[in-house]
Design a protein around this ligand. Structure first.
Ligand SMILES: NC(=O)c1ccc[n+]([C@@H]2O[C@H](COP(=O)([O-])OP(=O)(O)OC[C@H]3O[C@@H](n4cnc5c(N)ncnc54)[C@H](O)[C@@H]3O)[C@@H](O)[C@H]2O)c1
Length: 314
């Protein structure tokens, strides 16, 4: 089995590569090591993969690399590469989002047209829903993104549909809800809060901290990717949400308990583009993809925090 993984040095991509390699797959990964957050975090992830039999990592940009050569013979393509982050997607940096999320997805789908994988799995996002009509949110609820980032992720889903409909590329979009886990993203709340507490610094909370998120452990997201690849279904999207929906304030309490430290919180104005609450309705994913692994925050948080301590030696 050969797999092509984009965003392989990224948070989700690196965990996915590890799982595919453990299953005996040959994995070619590509990552352009964007500077959205410090490179040493990506290097640390890659270090956990380097030297594993069957793994090749190419430092390159999906927009310019010879994708056909890299993906040749792939049974499965997992397109994880993107410019993540809701708040940075306003203003002058929007072109980074259109390039890395819309154009890069179109390039990958053009490549898939020629390579003909058994499945093209696209990492989408809960941000396609915006505020969501209902909570928990179902796949067929309205897609009204609140941020430019959400607009680009939804555009990627539409492109997947177009390439399946017109050229027979079998695609599945997975709408991830706030993913966390070991060597996660330094721009996300768990990393930022943990680091601030370890350093005895103030941590910034947007708004009153009563906004909530459905936290999804990365191993469950990886499992969803594997199940989507194997599934006979295509031309569809699934929620990938976690077992724990907690407010930002509750999250801080949990981190305090694990670290045995008290947070010093500074409140900042609510961030534009952030949904107040997100929570996935997982009924359809459970039934049609068979995703049962659900890691609660109480199990997923300790190893996530430990990886941050290890990374900084704190
Ligand atoms: N982490 C989450 O909570 C979350 C939630 C919803 C959706 N997602 C989606 O999941 C995917 C993975 O997210 P992540 O959290 O691992 O982010 P990440 O930033 O850690 O990983 C993305 C990787 O893609 C790479 N990349 C970006 N543009 C590229 C390009 N043009 N060519 C090659 N590489 C490129 C980056 O260098 C980065 O290493 C993304 O598509 C993201 O939109 C993540």
């Amino acid at each position: 089995m050969k797999c092509f993984v984009t965003g392989a040095a990224g948070f989700v991509g690196s965990h996915l590569c590890r799982r595919l390699l453990a299953e005996g797959a040959e994995v070619v990964g590509i990552d352009s090591f964007t500077d959205y957050y410090p490179r040493p975090v990506k290097d640390a992830r890659v270090a956990t993969l380097a030297g594993k039999p069957g793994f090749t990592l190419v430092e390159g940009d999906v927009l310019t690399a010879d994708l056909d050569a890299l993906a040749a013979g792939s049974d499965f393509i997992f397109h994880q590469a993107a410019q993540a982050g809701v708040r940075a997607s306003w203003g002058q940096t929007f072109d980074i989002y259109t390039n890395n999320n819309v154009l890069a997805t179109q390039r990958m789908l053009e490549c898939a047209r020629r390579v003909k994988p058994k499945k093209f799995v696209y990492a989408s996002s809960s941000s396609v829903y915006g505020e969501g009509r209902e909570r928990p949110t179902k796949e067929n609820d309205p897609k009204v993104p609140l941020s430019p980032y959400g607009v680009t992720k939804l555009a990627g889903e539409h492109l997947c549909h177009l390439y399946e409909h017109n050229f027979g590329v079998p695609t599945i979009s997975l709408r991830y809800f706030t993913v966390y886990g070991p060597l996660g993203r330094p721009d996300m709340s768990i990393w930022k809060f943990t680091l601030a507490m370890l350093r005895g610094e103030e941590l910034a909370v947007y708004g009153d901290g009563e906004q909530s998120r459905g936290f999804t452990y990365v191993a469950d997201v990886v499992e969803a990717n594997v199940l989507a690849a194997r599934s006979k279904l295509s031309d569809t999207a699934f929620n990938v949400g976690g077992a724990s929906t907690v407010t930002v304030n509750q999250l801080i309490r949990q981190i305090e308990r694990i670290l045995g430290k008290k947070a010093r919180v500074r409140h900042e104005p609510p961030a534009q583009g952030d949904a107040r609450h997100t929570e996935a309705d997982m009924t359809r994913t459970r039934k049609l993809l068979g995703l049962t692994a659900r890691t609660p925050l109480s199990k997923g948080l300790p190893p996530s925090i430990q990886s941050i301590r290890d990374f900084y030696g704190l």
